[in-house]
Design a protein around this ligand. Structure first.
Ligand code: FAD
Ligand code: NAD
Length: 466
């Protein structure tokens, strides 16, 4: 039986990054993946394919709606070739997952294809393609998550679908009903809206992207309405029924009235649940909490001291970069180092257009914690760069401590916010004040000038261009 310093179960961004870092630190490492491709949810059916479709659909929308104004005439009709769009997406996925195969080889990590199940705390049986058993001094569980569902919904995966099916539809829906106005609902809703579908969002809470700062929700609502989304917040879905090619959704609004929605496809995007099926965690003494997550301490160590868990299968934000940080952290702990993650500084991004991005505390969180803060906000439309590209929606908001001026949260919606949020993360990592950022030169014309202006606004309301 082969024996390793570390076995990693699951090859998503948490697992494969943990394996690379363990190998870099000189540990003999194995990774076990039940699917035939590496990369987990993120690379196969998550981050990468969704961004590929967001990009393709964005190009299409630009061609249809904006080229003429830019002075670009295209003779004849501009048409969507969905088959090609999905094929390109798949090519991007295939290239990316093949890149992980290369990284495993380069780092001399043994890859086992099959379901990993604990026999005990140091032995894992692998069923499937590479049926065998291995021994590991330490194991890192990185088994990720699967889409959640509501108990009364039957996902037929044809018309009542999750994100996985929405990434490979064979036709553009005529009317897509999206249950859940969170990240997946808005990103994939926008893909099909751009391609010509009518899109109705049914959200249980009283605002879209409800875990983000409410200012972002309000602006998102405004922008999506302009894009002709139909948005229904404070609606509790009661039933979803397929009738031939139609899907009928019944929901209750906040007045207690029943509202009916009819579409030809229904995307259920109400969150994801941790995945531990088949892992046989009990055999290794690994406890699972009431939410189905693997219980871990601050060092991501499970109730079995030589076993750690990371990523979507443990508490915290279900984000690829959070999983990666945790993978590195555990590898370095195993190597005797003392790493640290500041969870407050894990940014959150929604890749709609305009993009939404945030880091640190929301206004709601600061109010609840009783922290006195000041706020500076700057509209994207006041930037020359925004006018040049006609990306006028959105703003940057900086929240800073009322007494010390330290930046406590940055919330932005606008063109390229996903990339711009990195500046806020760096500033907050170094505990910058709003004044620090306000005094740094930002290249002109760039969208990042909105960050400088918001910082100026937060410090004595001295934004220059409003
Ligand atoms: P996963 O990526 O879920 O990987 C777990 C792996 O473990 C899987 O490959 C699974 O097959 C394998 N596995 C499970 N059990 C076993 C077992 N017993 N034996 C062997 N293998 C096993 N996050 C972002 O940060 N940015 C984004 O833009 C983004 N977009 C997303 C879009 C969509 C549509 C979805 C669904 C998710 C998106 N996410 C995004 C979330 C992101 O995909 C997850 O947070 C991330 O993949 C979590 O990584 P992980 O390593 O914990 O688990
Ligand atoms: P989410 O938590 O972002 O959104 C789910 C939404 O569904 C919430 O707004 C919630 O209030 C709503 N909801 C819950 N129950 C409902 C009900 N009964 N009726 C109507 N609405 C209901 O989850 P998601 O969009 O499914 O995404 C899952 C995970 O994947 C998230 O944790 C997210 O972090 C991750 N993800 C991240 C990205 C990104 O980083 N860009 C993209 C996609 C997914």
């Amino acid at each position: 039986m082969k024996s390793y310093d570390v076995a990693v179960i699951g090859s998503g961004p948490g697992g494969y990054v943990a394996a690379i870092r363990c190998a870099q630190l000189g540990m003999s490492t194995a990774i076990i993946e039940k699917y035939s491709t590496l990369g987990g949810t993120c690379l196969n059916v998550g981050c990468i394919p969704s961004k590929a479709l967001l990009d393709s659909s964005h190009h299409y929308e630009d061609a249809v709606k904006h080229f003429e104004e830019h002075g670009i005439d295209i003779p004849g009709d501009i048409k969507v070739n969905l088959k090609q769009m999905i094929a390109r997406k798949q090519a991007v996925v295939d290239q990316t997952t093949a890149g992980i195969d290369f990284l495993m080889k380069k780092n001399k990590i043994d890859v086992y294809q099959g379901l990993g199940s604990f026999k005990d705390a140091t032995h894992i049986s692998i069923s499937g393609e590479d049926k065998t058993e291995i021994e590991a001094k330490h194991t890192i569980i990185a088994t990720g998550s699967k889409p959640s569902n509501l108990p009364f919904i039957k996902l037929d995966k044809e018309r009542v679908i999750t994100s996985t099916e929405a990434l490979k539809l064979k036709e553009v829906p005529k009317h897509l009903i999206v249950i859940g106005g969170g990240v997946i609902g808005l990103e994939l809703g926008q893909v099909y809206k751009r391609l010509g579908a009518e899109v109705t969002v049914v959200e249980y809470m009283d605002r879209l992207i409800p875990t983000m700062d409410s200012g972002l929700s309000r602006e998102m609502n405004k922008v999506l309405k302009k894009q002709k989304f139909k948005i229904n917040v404070s609606h509790q879905v009661k039933s979803v029924e397929r009738k031939g090619d139609e899907v009928v959704i019944m929901a209750e609004n906040k007045k207690g009235e029943t509202v009916e929605f009819n579409g030809d496809y229904c995307l259920v995007s109400v969150g994801r649940r941790p995945f531990t099926d088949g892992l046989n965690a009990e055999a290794a003494g690994v406890k699972i909490d009431d939410h189905g997550r693997i219980e871990v301490n601050d060092h991501l160590q499970t109730s079995s001291s030589n076993i750690y868990a990371i990523g979507d299968v443990v508490k915290g934000a279900m984000l690829a970069h959070k999983a990666e940080e945790e993978g590195v952290l555990v590898a370095e702990i195993l190597a005797g180092q003392k790493p640290h993650i500041d969870y407050n500084l894990i940014p959150g991004v929604v890749y709609t257009w305009p993009e939404v991005a945030a880091v640190g505390k929301t206004e709601e969180e600061l109010k609840e914690a009783g922290i006195e803060y000041k706020s500076g906000q700057f509209p994207m439309r006041a930037l020359g760069r925004s006018r040049a590209s006609m990306d006028l929606d959105g703003f940057v908001k900086i929240l800073a401590d009322a007494h010390t001026d330290e930046i406590l949260g940055v919330h932005m919606i606008g063109a390229r916010a996903a990339d711009m949020i990195a500046e806020a993360v760096v500033a907050m990592e170094y505990r910058a004040s709003a004044e620090d950022v306000a005094r740094m030169s930002h290249a002109h014309p760039t969208f990042t000038e909105a960050i400088k202006e918001a910082a100026l606004a937060a410090t004595d309301n001295r934004a220059l261009h409003t």
